[in-house]
Design a protein around this ligand. Sequence first.
Ligand code: DX5
Ligand code: ZN
Length: 218
Amino acid sequence: MIAPSILSADFAHLADEAQAVTGADWLHIDVMDAHFVPNLTIGLPVVQSLLKVTEIPLDCHLMIEDPGRWAPTYAEAGAYNVTFHVEAADDPIAVARDIRAAGAKAGLSVKPDTPIEPYLEILREFDTLLVMSVEPGFGGQSFIPRVLAKARTVRNLVDSGELQLLVEIDGGINADTIEAAAEAGVDCFVAGSAVYNTADPAATVQTLRGQAAAVRTH
Ligand code: DX5
Ligand code: ZN
C-alpha cells in the first residue's frame, strides 16, 4: 500500500492534490501542533473538508500532545485510520479504544529512537504500527535505516499470528529506500516529497507500489 503525504502538496489546492494521487491506497495527513513537534500544519477542519472531496481513505498521523483529547474527533469525522504517538500518550490503550469506538482504525507511532519492545503487548489493541524513519516534524528528510529492525520484529509477530496489524513506515521513502523497507516486511509506505515533487504523482504511486510488490513476492 502507498500513502502519499499531503505535507508535500500545495496547501492552497488540497482538493486537486488529493485528485493528483488517484489510485493511492490511503491519503496521509500530517497533523502537527507545534508542541509535540516543532512545526504547525493542519487540523480537524481541513480533514473534514478533505473528506468531502476525496474517496481515498484518510490516514491521519497525529504528531500532537494530549492525543486522548483529540484523536477520537478525527475518527468521528470519518478518518479511516487515526495514528498517534506513544511518546505523547499517558494511556495509549484507552486512546486506541476510543478511536475504535468512534469508528476508525487505531494506529500507534514510534519515533526513530523509541524502542518497540516495551509496546509489543499493547499492539494487540491497534490496527497499524507507524514506524517513523525520520524525526517527525518535516518532510524531505533522509531515511534512517536502523528503524527497519523494529518493522522486522513486528512483521515476524504478525507472520507467526501473535499480532494482527499493518506495519507502516513514514519518512524518507522514495525509489532508493522503498525496497529495503519492503524487505523488512512493511505493508504500507508513506511518501511525501517522493510523490508530490514529481511531474506525475499518480504514476509515481504506481511505480513505488510496483517496486515494493516486487520485493514482497520473491
Ligand atoms: C514527517 C511526516 C511525514 C512526511 C514524510 O513528520 O510524518 O509523513 O510527510 O515526508 P517525506 O516522504 O518527504 O519524508
Ligand atoms: Zn506522517
